[in-house]
Design a protein around this ligand. Sequence first.
Ligand code: NAD
Ligand code: MG
Length: 402
Amino acid sequence: MDERRSVSVFGSTGSIGESTFDLLMRQGGPRAYRTVALTGGRNVARLAEMARALQAELAVTAHEDCLRPLQAALAGSGVEVAAGAQALAEAADRPAGWVMSAIVGAAGLVPGFRALAHGGTLALANKESLVTAGPLLMETARKAKARILPVDSEHSAIFQSLLSEEMTSVERVILTASGGAFRDWPVERLVAATVAEASTHPNWAMGQRITIDSASMFNKALELIETREFFGIDPDRIEVLVHPESLVHALVAFCDGGMIGHLGAPDMRHAIGYALNWPDRTPLPVARLDLARVGSLTFRAPDPLRYPALALARQVMDKGGLAGAVFNAAKEAALDAFIEGQICFTDMAGVVETVLEDFSGRTGFGPALAPLEAVLAADSEARARARSVAERTGDKRWKSRA
Ligand code: NAD
Ligand code: MG
Protein backbone atom coordinates (compact mmCIF):
# COMPACT_ATOMS: atom_id res chain seq x y z
CA MET A 1 0.00 0.00 0.00
CA ASP A 2 1.16 3.54 -0.83
CA GLU A 3 1.74 5.20 2.53
CA ARG A 4 2.98 8.49 1.17
CA ARG A 5 0.99 11.65 1.86
CA SER A 6 -0.90 12.82 -1.19
CA VAL A 7 -0.46 16.49 -2.10
CA SER A 8 -1.38 18.96 -4.85
CA VAL A 9 0.02 22.45 -5.39
CA PHE A 10 -2.03 25.05 -7.25
CA GLY A 11 0.17 27.88 -8.44
CA SER A 12 3.34 25.85 -7.95
CA THR A 13 5.47 28.11 -10.16
CA GLY A 14 4.76 31.25 -8.11
CA SER A 15 6.56 32.62 -5.10
CA ILE A 16 4.53 30.58 -2.58
CA GLY A 17 4.54 27.60 -4.95
CA GLU A 18 8.36 27.64 -5.18
CA SER A 19 8.68 27.72 -1.40
CA THR A 20 6.19 24.86 -1.11
CA PHE A 21 8.13 22.85 -3.68
CA ASP A 22 11.35 23.55 -1.80
CA LEU A 23 9.87 22.16 1.43
CA LEU A 24 8.33 19.12 -0.27
CA MET A 25 11.71 18.28 -1.80
CA ARG A 26 13.58 18.82 1.47
CA GLN A 27 11.08 16.67 3.33
CA GLY A 28 11.65 13.63 1.13
CA GLY A 29 10.26 14.61 -2.29
CA PRO A 30 8.65 11.71 -4.17
CA ARG A 31 9.69 9.22 -1.45
CA ALA A 32 7.49 11.01 1.09
CA TYR A 33 4.79 12.55 -1.11
CA ARG A 34 2.52 11.27 -3.84
CA THR A 35 2.02 14.43 -5.90
CA VAL A 36 -1.43 14.34 -7.47
CA ALA A 37 -1.30 17.63 -9.38
CA LEU A 38 0.93 20.66 -9.92
CA THR A 39 -0.33 23.74 -11.75
CA GLY A 40 1.25 26.85 -13.18
CA GLY A 41 0.95 29.54 -15.83
CA ARG A 42 3.29 30.38 -18.69
CA ASN A 43 6.50 29.18 -17.10
CA VAL A 44 6.08 25.65 -18.46
CA ALA A 45 9.79 24.85 -18.24
CA ARG A 46 9.74 25.33 -14.45
CA LEU A 47 6.42 23.53 -14.08
CA ALA A 48 7.83 20.57 -16.02
CA GLU A 49 10.99 20.56 -13.91
CA MET A 50 8.94 20.46 -10.71
CA ALA A 51 6.62 17.77 -12.06
CA ARG A 52 9.60 15.58 -12.95
CA ALA A 53 11.29 16.15 -9.60
CA LEU A 54 8.16 15.25 -7.62
CA GLN A 55 7.06 12.59 -10.14
CA ALA A 56 3.67 14.27 -10.27
CA GLU A 57 0.71 12.43 -11.75
CA LEU A 58 -0.62 15.54 -13.50
CA ALA A 59 0.74 18.95 -14.55
CA VAL A 60 -1.66 21.69 -15.66
CA THR A 61 -0.93 25.06 -17.24
CA ALA A 62 -3.64 27.71 -16.98
CA HIS A 63 -3.11 28.68 -20.62
CA GLU A 64 -4.35 26.55 -23.52
CA ASP A 65 -1.61 27.88 -25.81
CA CYS A 66 0.99 26.49 -23.40
CA LEU A 67 -0.27 22.91 -23.72
CA ARG A 68 2.13 21.88 -26.50
CA PRO A 69 5.26 23.33 -24.91
CA LEU A 70 4.29 21.62 -21.64
CA GLN A 71 3.71 18.32 -23.46
CA ALA A 72 7.11 18.67 -25.11
CA ALA A 73 8.82 19.48 -21.83
CA LEU A 74 7.29 16.43 -20.14
CA ALA A 75 7.64 13.96 -23.03
CA GLY A 76 8.62 10.53 -21.77
CA SER A 77 8.19 11.49 -18.12
CA GLY A 78 4.89 9.69 -17.55
CA VAL A 79 3.36 12.92 -16.20
CA GLU A 80 -0.12 13.56 -17.58
CA VAL A 81 -0.54 17.05 -19.05
CA ALA A 82 -3.54 19.39 -19.41
CA ALA A 83 -4.31 23.07 -20.00
CA GLY A 84 -6.96 25.70 -19.37
CA ALA A 85 -9.30 26.82 -16.58
CA GLN A 86 -11.50 23.74 -16.88
CA ALA A 87 -8.45 21.47 -16.56
CA LEU A 88 -7.41 23.39 -13.42
CA ALA A 89 -10.81 22.78 -11.87
CA GLU A 90 -10.64 19.12 -12.81
CA ALA A 91 -7.19 18.83 -11.28
CA ALA A 92 -8.77 20.01 -8.04
CA ASP A 93 -11.37 17.25 -8.34
CA ARG A 94 -8.62 14.67 -7.92
CA PRO A 95 -8.51 13.96 -4.19
CA ALA A 96 -5.33 14.86 -2.32
CA GLY A 97 -4.88 14.88 1.44
CA TRP A 98 -3.06 18.24 1.47
CA VAL A 99 -3.67 20.92 -1.12
CA MET A 100 -1.79 24.21 -1.42
CA SER A 101 -3.96 26.99 -2.84
CA ALA A 102 -1.38 29.48 -4.16
CA ILE A 103 -2.78 30.84 -7.39
CA VAL A 104 -2.78 34.64 -7.26
CA GLY A 105 -6.10 36.48 -7.46
CA ALA A 106 -9.70 35.40 -7.89
CA ALA A 107 -8.50 32.75 -10.38
CA GLY A 108 -7.66 30.65 -7.30
CA LEU A 109 -11.26 30.55 -6.13
CA VAL A 110 -12.71 27.66 -8.10
CA PRO A 111 -9.78 25.22 -7.64
CA GLY A 112 -9.88 25.89 -3.88
CA PHE A 113 -13.61 25.23 -3.62
CA ARG A 114 -13.37 22.08 -5.70
CA ALA A 115 -10.45 20.77 -3.62
CA LEU A 116 -12.35 21.39 -0.37
CA ALA A 117 -15.19 19.15 -1.49
CA HIS A 118 -13.01 16.06 -0.78
CA GLY A 119 -12.25 16.92 2.82
CA GLY A 120 -8.57 16.83 3.71
CA THR A 121 -6.54 19.97 4.30
CA LEU A 122 -6.51 23.12 2.23
CA ALA A 123 -3.43 25.22 2.94
CA LEU A 124 -4.74 28.63 1.96
CA ALA A 125 -2.33 31.21 0.60
CA ASN A 126 -4.95 32.54 -1.81
CA LYS A 127 -6.46 35.11 0.56
CA GLU A 128 -8.73 36.27 -2.26
CA SER A 129 -10.86 33.12 -1.64
CA LEU A 130 -11.72 34.33 1.86
CA VAL A 131 -12.14 37.95 0.79
CA THR A 132 -14.52 37.20 -2.06
CA ALA A 133 -16.43 34.23 -0.65
CA GLY A 134 -15.38 33.80 2.98
CA PRO A 135 -18.65 32.60 4.55
CA LEU A 136 -19.26 30.17 1.69
CA LEU A 137 -15.71 28.83 1.83
CA MET A 138 -15.89 28.22 5.58
CA GLU A 139 -19.30 26.57 5.21
CA THR A 140 -18.08 24.36 2.35
CA ALA A 141 -15.16 23.24 4.51
CA ARG A 142 -17.46 22.51 7.47
CA LYS A 143 -19.82 20.45 5.34
CA ALA A 144 -17.01 18.46 3.71
CA LYS A 145 -15.23 18.04 7.08
CA ALA A 146 -12.23 19.65 5.43
CA ARG A 147 -9.70 21.75 7.29
CA ILE A 148 -8.42 25.11 6.12
CA LEU A 149 -5.01 26.12 7.45
CA PRO A 150 -3.93 29.71 6.91
CA VAL A 151 -0.70 30.28 5.00
CA ASP A 152 -0.64 34.07 5.03
CA SER A 153 2.10 34.85 7.56
CA GLU A 154 -0.14 37.07 9.75
CA HIS A 155 -2.93 34.51 9.82
CA SER A 156 -0.59 31.63 10.52
CA ALA A 157 0.76 33.81 13.35
CA ILE A 158 -2.74 34.43 14.77
CA PHE A 159 -3.59 30.73 14.40
CA GLN A 160 -0.45 29.78 16.33
CA SER A 161 -1.08 32.44 18.99
CA LEU A 162 -4.55 31.00 19.53
CA LEU A 163 -3.49 27.38 20.06
CA SER A 164 -5.39 26.11 23.09
CA GLU A 165 -7.06 29.50 23.66
CA GLU A 166 -10.78 30.20 23.70
CA MET A 167 -12.03 32.72 21.13
CA THR A 168 -14.26 34.19 23.85
CA SER A 169 -11.19 35.44 25.70
CA VAL A 170 -9.80 37.28 22.67
CA GLU A 171 -10.14 41.05 22.94
CA ARG A 172 -8.28 42.20 19.83
CA VAL A 173 -6.18 40.89 17.00
CA ILE A 174 -3.34 43.01 15.62
CA LEU A 175 -1.98 42.49 12.14
CA THR A 176 1.42 43.96 11.47
CA ALA A 177 2.39 45.57 8.17
CA SER A 178 5.85 46.50 6.92
CA GLY A 179 4.44 49.69 5.41
CA GLY A 180 5.71 48.63 1.98
CA ALA A 181 7.99 50.37 -0.49
CA PHE A 182 6.68 53.89 0.20
CA ARG A 183 6.50 53.78 3.97
CA ASP A 184 8.88 56.70 4.35
CA TRP A 185 8.08 58.67 1.19
CA PRO A 186 6.41 62.07 1.56
CA VAL A 187 2.71 61.46 0.77
CA GLU A 188 2.78 64.10 -2.02
CA ARG A 189 5.38 62.06 -3.89
CA LEU A 190 3.20 58.92 -4.11
CA VAL A 191 1.33 60.17 -7.18
CA ALA A 192 4.56 59.84 -9.18
CA ALA A 193 5.51 56.36 -7.88
CA THR A 194 6.48 54.00 -10.70
CA VAL A 195 5.62 50.33 -11.08
CA ALA A 196 9.28 49.41 -10.58
CA GLU A 197 9.44 51.41 -7.36
CA ALA A 198 6.22 49.86 -6.07
CA SER A 199 7.50 46.36 -6.91
CA THR A 200 10.26 46.35 -4.31
CA HIS A 201 9.55 45.24 -0.78
CA PRO A 202 11.66 46.26 2.21
CA ASN A 203 11.59 42.80 3.84
CA TRP A 204 9.74 40.05 1.95
CA ALA A 205 10.49 38.52 -1.46
CA MET A 206 7.06 37.88 -3.01
CA GLY A 207 5.19 37.90 -6.33
CA GLN A 208 4.91 41.31 -8.03
CA ARG A 209 1.18 41.79 -7.45
CA ILE A 210 1.25 41.24 -3.69
CA THR A 211 4.39 43.39 -3.45
CA ILE A 212 2.60 46.36 -5.06
CA ASP A 213 -0.41 45.60 -2.87
CA SER A 214 1.92 45.90 0.13
CA ALA A 215 3.03 49.38 -0.97
CA SER A 216 -0.61 50.50 -1.23
CA MET A 217 -1.68 48.35 1.77
CA PHE A 218 -4.40 46.80 -0.37
CA ASN A 219 -2.72 43.60 0.79
CA LYS A 220 -3.35 44.51 4.45
CA ALA A 221 -6.89 45.54 3.48
CA LEU A 222 -7.47 42.04 2.09
CA GLU A 223 -5.90 40.60 5.23
CA LEU A 224 -8.28 42.52 7.51
CA ILE A 225 -11.18 40.86 5.69
CA GLU A 226 -9.35 37.53 5.66
CA THR A 227 -8.98 37.75 9.46
CA ARG A 228 -12.63 38.54 9.92
CA GLU A 229 -13.72 35.62 7.76
CA PHE A 230 -11.26 33.02 8.98
CA PHE A 231 -11.38 33.70 12.71
CA GLY A 232 -14.89 35.17 12.90
CA ILE A 233 -13.71 38.27 14.77
CA ASP A 234 -15.69 41.53 14.68
CA PRO A 235 -14.03 44.13 12.43
CA ASP A 236 -13.71 46.70 15.23
CA ARG A 237 -11.51 44.25 17.13
CA ILE A 238 -9.02 43.82 14.29
CA GLU A 239 -6.24 46.41 14.13
CA VAL A 240 -3.26 47.13 11.91
CA LEU A 241 0.13 48.33 13.14
CA VAL A 242 3.03 49.38 10.95
CA HIS A 243 6.04 47.36 12.06
CA PRO A 244 8.96 48.15 9.73
CA GLU A 245 11.13 45.20 10.87
CA SER A 246 8.50 42.57 9.82
CA LEU A 247 9.58 40.22 12.61
CA VAL A 248 6.38 40.19 14.70
CA HIS A 249 3.78 38.84 12.28
CA ALA A 250 0.66 39.31 14.40
CA LEU A 251 -0.44 39.70 18.01
CA VAL A 252 -3.50 38.52 19.88
CA ALA A 253 -4.65 40.60 22.87
CA PHE A 254 -6.65 38.73 25.51
CA CYS A 255 -9.29 39.89 27.99
CA ASP A 256 -6.82 39.68 30.88
CA GLY A 257 -4.62 42.36 29.30
CA GLY A 258 -1.94 39.94 28.09
CA MET A 259 -0.80 39.61 24.50
CA ILE A 260 0.63 36.65 22.63
CA GLY A 261 2.54 37.37 19.47
CA HIS A 262 4.38 35.35 16.88
CA LEU A 263 7.90 36.26 15.80
CA GLY A 264 10.05 34.87 13.05
CA ALA A 265 12.25 35.78 10.11
CA PRO A 266 10.30 37.08 7.10
CA ASP A 267 10.35 33.79 5.20
CA MET A 268 7.09 32.27 3.94
CA ARG A 269 8.54 28.78 4.37
CA HIS A 270 7.69 29.10 8.04
CA ALA A 271 3.93 29.52 7.48
CA ILE A 272 3.93 27.00 4.62
CA GLY A 273 5.95 24.46 6.62
CA TYR A 274 3.70 24.94 9.63
CA ALA A 275 0.63 24.20 7.48
CA LEU A 276 2.38 21.24 5.83
CA ASN A 277 3.46 19.58 9.07
CA TRP A 278 0.54 20.62 11.28
CA PRO A 279 -0.24 19.60 13.99
CA ASP A 280 3.44 18.76 14.42
CA ARG A 281 6.37 21.12 14.24
CA THR A 282 9.31 20.05 12.13
CA PRO A 283 12.72 21.72 11.77
CA LEU A 284 12.45 24.22 8.91
CA PRO A 285 15.20 25.81 6.82
CA VAL A 286 14.41 29.36 7.92
CA ALA A 287 16.82 31.82 9.51
CA ARG A 288 16.78 31.94 13.33
CA LEU A 289 16.17 35.33 14.89
CA ASP A 290 18.98 36.85 16.88
CA LEU A 291 17.03 39.42 18.87
CA ALA A 292 20.13 40.83 20.52
CA ARG A 293 21.39 41.78 17.06
CA VAL A 294 17.97 43.06 16.01
CA GLY A 295 18.09 45.30 19.09
CA SER A 296 14.71 46.99 18.82
CA LEU A 297 11.30 46.40 17.38
CA THR A 298 9.24 49.43 16.41
CA PHE A 299 5.52 49.94 15.85
CA ARG A 300 3.35 52.83 14.73
CA ALA A 301 -0.23 53.45 13.68
CA PRO A 302 -0.83 53.45 9.91
CA ASP A 303 -1.39 56.87 8.33
CA PRO A 304 -4.90 56.84 6.78
CA LEU A 305 -3.91 59.35 4.07
CA ARG A 306 -1.01 57.22 2.92
CA TYR A 307 -3.04 54.00 3.07
CA PRO A 308 -6.68 54.71 2.05
CA ALA A 309 -7.19 50.99 1.27
CA LEU A 310 -7.57 50.23 4.99
CA ALA A 311 -10.69 52.40 5.34
CA LEU A 312 -12.14 50.80 2.20
CA ALA A 313 -11.70 47.35 3.78
CA ARG A 314 -13.67 48.54 6.82
CA GLN A 315 -16.52 49.64 4.52
CA VAL A 316 -16.45 46.22 2.89
CA MET A 317 -16.60 44.41 6.24
CA ASP A 318 -19.55 46.59 7.30
CA LYS A 319 -21.42 45.65 4.13
CA GLY A 320 -20.59 41.94 3.97
CA GLY A 321 -22.19 39.75 1.27
CA LEU A 322 -20.82 40.43 -2.19
CA ALA A 323 -18.89 43.54 -1.14
CA GLY A 324 -15.70 41.49 -0.73
CA ALA A 325 -15.97 40.07 -4.26
CA VAL A 326 -16.55 43.55 -5.70
CA PHE A 327 -13.70 44.99 -3.66
CA ASN A 328 -11.21 42.33 -4.69
CA ALA A 329 -12.16 42.41 -8.39
CA ALA A 330 -12.00 46.21 -8.51
CA LYS A 331 -8.64 46.08 -6.73
CA GLU A 332 -7.26 43.54 -9.22
CA ALA A 333 -8.44 45.61 -12.21
CA ALA A 334 -7.06 48.82 -10.69
CA LEU A 335 -3.74 47.07 -10.09
CA ASP A 336 -3.67 45.91 -13.74
CA ALA A 337 -4.36 49.50 -14.83
CA PHE A 338 -1.48 50.77 -12.68
CA ILE A 339 0.91 48.07 -13.95
CA GLU A 340 -0.07 48.91 -17.54
CA GLY A 341 0.65 52.60 -16.97
CA GLN A 342 -2.97 53.68 -17.38
CA ILE A 343 -3.42 55.17 -13.91
CA CYS A 344 -1.18 56.46 -11.14
CA PHE A 345 -0.35 54.58 -7.96
CA THR A 346 -2.61 56.89 -5.95
CA ASP A 347 -5.52 56.42 -8.39
CA MET A 348 -6.02 52.77 -7.44
CA ALA A 349 -7.92 53.50 -4.22
CA GLY A 350 -10.19 55.99 -6.00
CA VAL A 351 -11.08 53.46 -8.69
CA VAL A 352 -11.96 50.84 -6.07
CA GLU A 353 -13.97 53.33 -4.02
CA THR A 354 -16.02 54.41 -7.06
CA VAL A 355 -16.82 50.80 -7.95
CA LEU A 356 -17.85 50.01 -4.36
CA GLU A 357 -20.15 53.05 -4.36
CA ASP A 358 -21.68 52.00 -7.68
CA PHE A 359 -22.56 48.59 -6.28
CA SER A 360 -23.60 49.63 -2.79
CA GLY A 361 -27.28 50.22 -3.55
CA ARG A 362 -27.72 46.85 -5.29
CA THR A 363 -30.03 44.17 -3.96
CA GLY A 364 -28.06 41.12 -2.90
CA PHE A 365 -24.97 43.25 -2.22
CA GLY A 366 -25.55 43.09 1.53
CA PRO A 367 -24.99 40.46 4.21
CA ALA A 368 -26.54 37.24 2.78
CA LEU A 369 -24.48 34.10 2.07
CA ALA A 370 -23.98 34.39 -1.70
CA PRO A 371 -23.61 31.24 -3.82
CA LEU A 372 -20.40 30.81 -5.81
CA GLU A 373 -22.10 31.71 -9.12
CA ALA A 374 -23.20 35.06 -7.65
CA VAL A 375 -19.68 35.69 -6.37
CA LEU A 376 -18.17 34.97 -9.79
CA ALA A 377 -20.79 37.15 -11.52
CA ALA A 378 -20.12 40.04 -9.12
CA ASP A 379 -16.41 39.54 -9.72
CA SER A 380 -16.65 39.84 -13.49
CA GLU A 381 -19.11 42.75 -13.39
CA ALA A 382 -16.99 44.69 -10.89
CA ARG A 383 -13.85 43.97 -12.89
CA ALA A 384 -15.44 45.39 -16.06
CA ARG A 385 -16.76 48.41 -14.18
CA ALA A 386 -13.33 49.05 -12.63
CA ARG A 387 -11.69 48.82 -16.04
CA SER A 388 -13.93 51.56 -17.38
CA VAL A 389 -13.50 53.74 -14.27
CA ALA A 390 -9.72 53.28 -14.59
CA GLU A 391 -9.86 54.25 -18.24
CA ARG A 392 -11.74 57.46 -17.42
CA THR A 393 -9.40 58.22 -14.54
CA GLY A 394 -6.38 57.67 -16.78
CA ASP A 395 -7.81 59.89 -19.54
CA LYS A 396 -8.37 62.70 -17.07
CA ARG A 397 -4.80 62.38 -15.78
CA TRP A 398 -3.30 62.56 -19.26
CA LYS A 399 -5.51 65.49 -20.24
CA SER A 400 -4.55 67.38 -17.11
CA ARG A 401 -0.87 66.77 -17.90
CA ALA A 402 -1.12 67.75 -21.57
P1 NAD B 1 2.91 34.67 -7.87
O1 NAD B 1 2.46 35.70 -8.83
O2 NAD B 1 4.34 34.56 -7.55
O3 NAD B 1 2.43 33.22 -8.39
C1 NAD B 1 1.11 32.98 -8.76
C2 NAD B 1 0.91 31.57 -9.28
O4 NAD B 1 -0.42 31.50 -9.80
C3 NAD B 1 1.83 31.17 -10.42
O5 NAD B 1 2.04 29.79 -10.38
C4 NAD B 1 1.01 31.53 -11.65
O6 NAD B 1 1.37 30.78 -12.79
C5 NAD B 1 -0.38 31.17 -11.19
N1 NAD B 1 -1.42 31.94 -11.87
C6 NAD B 1 -1.44 33.28 -12.09
N2 NAD B 1 -2.57 33.64 -12.73
C7 NAD B 1 -3.29 32.50 -12.90
C8 NAD B 1 -4.55 32.22 -13.50
N3 NAD B 1 -5.31 33.17 -14.06
N4 NAD B 1 -4.98 30.94 -13.48
C9 NAD B 1 -4.22 29.97 -12.95
N5 NAD B 1 -3.01 30.17 -12.37
C10 NAD B 1 -2.56 31.43 -12.36
O7 NAD B 1 2.03 34.89 -6.55
P2 NAD B 1 2.45 34.63 -5.04
O8 NAD B 1 3.15 35.82 -4.52
O9 NAD B 1 3.06 33.27 -4.88
O10 NAD B 1 1.01 34.64 -4.34
C11 NAD B 1 0.11 33.55 -4.45
C12 NAD B 1 -1.01 33.74 -3.45
O11 NAD B 1 -0.49 33.69 -2.15
C13 NAD B 1 -1.72 35.11 -3.58
O12 NAD B 1 -3.06 34.94 -3.27
C14 NAD B 1 -1.05 35.93 -2.51
O13 NAD B 1 -1.88 36.96 -2.01
C15 NAD B 1 -0.79 34.87 -1.44
N6 NAD B 1 0.31 35.20 -0.54
C16 NAD B 1 1.57 35.32 -1.03
C17 NAD B 1 2.62 35.60 -0.17
C18 NAD B 1 4.03 35.68 -0.69
O14 NAD B 1 4.94 35.79 0.12
N7 NAD B 1 4.28 35.63 -1.97
C19 NAD B 1 2.37 35.79 1.18
C20 NAD B 1 1.08 35.65 1.67
C21 NAD B 1 0.05 35.34 0.79
MG1 MG C 1 0.47 38.51 4.71
